[in-house]
Design a protein around this ligand. Structure first.
Ligand code: NDP
Ligand code: OXD
Length: 317
């Protein structure tokens, strides 16, 4: 059922230039096309009630005096929270596609098992038509440590438990997840790291988590640990990674997110034999889910009700 846009104002889509058309299609299933604006929009935006964005373009918020809802198209809202001119007092939501946790888990399990079962070595051997059996040693399941026990980290932790791995998890406030040994806060980090043979970062990017994957943290992991970063590029102190791998402290890393995306062609990560690079593809929200969740929240805002999937400015996620 379409709502009357003239009563309620317009929705501005400022997601990414190459994605905006897809988002416009998805939003048109929920609201009349006349109520949808796509950035860059030449005309006035004074009637704009809601903006949907990922990394807000410069000058965006100065043009939106009547905003009532800010929506992150991504599950991670760090781009929105870090934007210049972000208005205070306007609620912020993130999009959380119901498929996101499972899809992220599939990706994380794939890269962790690729490492633990050394599938990349078999792939290389196949290019040489070589029947080389990689010595996996004792098939004891490695201990998996997961930084971040939110929607994504909890799902991934449960999956590793189901696969028979010992799992440790770390969050800001204490969590209880069956089968997972949970740690919390600053005091909980060191004991969790000391046993994590594979460390997966599924944290949101906040001032408290920026550059958390650094040389000091690597030194606290068991020698030969493997690091997976699917959070944000800025979680990793990029200059610390190659020395930690080359010294043998880390066996390698799988990275899906980078400080600069796309990862520049000259970046050392592309060519390092022990770094597996993927181009921020672990998972993503579908535009149709974003549209449905934004429109539902807009209705809640209009009704004076609390929104779903709210991003809390004070905690930074
Ligand atoms: P949630 O907000 O649901 O969970 C965040 C978790 O991190 C919570 O357990 C939280 O603790 C914990 N946390 C936050 N700050 C700290 C801290 N300072 N110390 C310890 N723990 C902390 O996030 P999601 O699980 O939905 O998503 C996580 C991130 O994944 C996103 O922010 C995004 O950056 C990334 N992502 C990457 C994608 C990709 O394709 N590579 C796709 C989608 C998301 P507590 O439980 O106490 O609140
Ligand atoms: C997200 C992402 O945050 O795609 O949703 O990284």
């Amino acid at each position: 059922v379409h709502e009357d846009p003239r009563v309620n104002g317009t929705i501005l889509l400022a997601v990414r230039r190459d994605f905006n058309a897809l988002y416009a299609e998805a939003f048109a299933q929920h609201v009349p096309r006349e109520s949808i604006r796509v950035w860059p929009f030449e005309g006035p935006l004074d009637d704009c009630e809601c903006v949907v964005t990922y990394r807000p373009p410069e000058g965006l918020f100065a043009r939106l005096p009547e905003l009532r809802l800010i929506a992150s198209a991504g599950a991670g809202a760090d781009g929105v929270l870090g934007a210049a001119g972000l208005p205070t007092g306007v609620p912020i939501m993130r999009t959380l596609d119901p498929q996101l946790p499972q899809a992220m888990t599939h990706f994380v399990v794939a890269v962790v098992l690729r490492h633990l079962r050394r599938l990349h070595e078999h792939a290389a051997a196949q290019t040489r038509a070589e029947w080389g059996r990689v010595d996996l040693g004792v098939l004891r399941p490695a201990t998996i440590g997961i930084l971040g026990l939110g929607e994504l980290g909890t799902h991934a932790a449960r999956a590793f438990v189901a696969l028979g791995y010992p799992v440790l998890g770390w969050s800001r406030t204490p969590r209880a997840i069956e089968g997972v040994e949970c740690f919390a806060g600053d005091a909980g980090l060191a004991p969790m790291l000391a046993r994590s043979e594979v460390l997966v970062c599924l944290l949101p990017l906040t001032p408290g988590t920026r550059r958390i994957l650094n040389r000091d943290l690597f030194a606290r992991l068991p020698r030969g640990a493997y690091v997976v970063n699917v959070g944000r590029g800025e979680h990793l102190a990029e200059d610390d990674l190659v020395p930690a791998i080359d010294s043998g402290q880390l066996t390698g890393a799988a990275l899906d997110v980078f400080v600069t995306e796309p990862l520049p062609a000259a970046h050392a990560f592309w060519r390092h034999p022990k770094i597996f690079v993927t181009p921020h593809v672990a998972t993503f929200n579908r535009p149709e889910q974003c549209a449905a969740q934004v429109v539902a929240n807009l209705r809640r805002v209009r009704a004076g009700e609390p929104i779903h999937n709210e991003v809390h400015r004070h905690r930074g996620y």
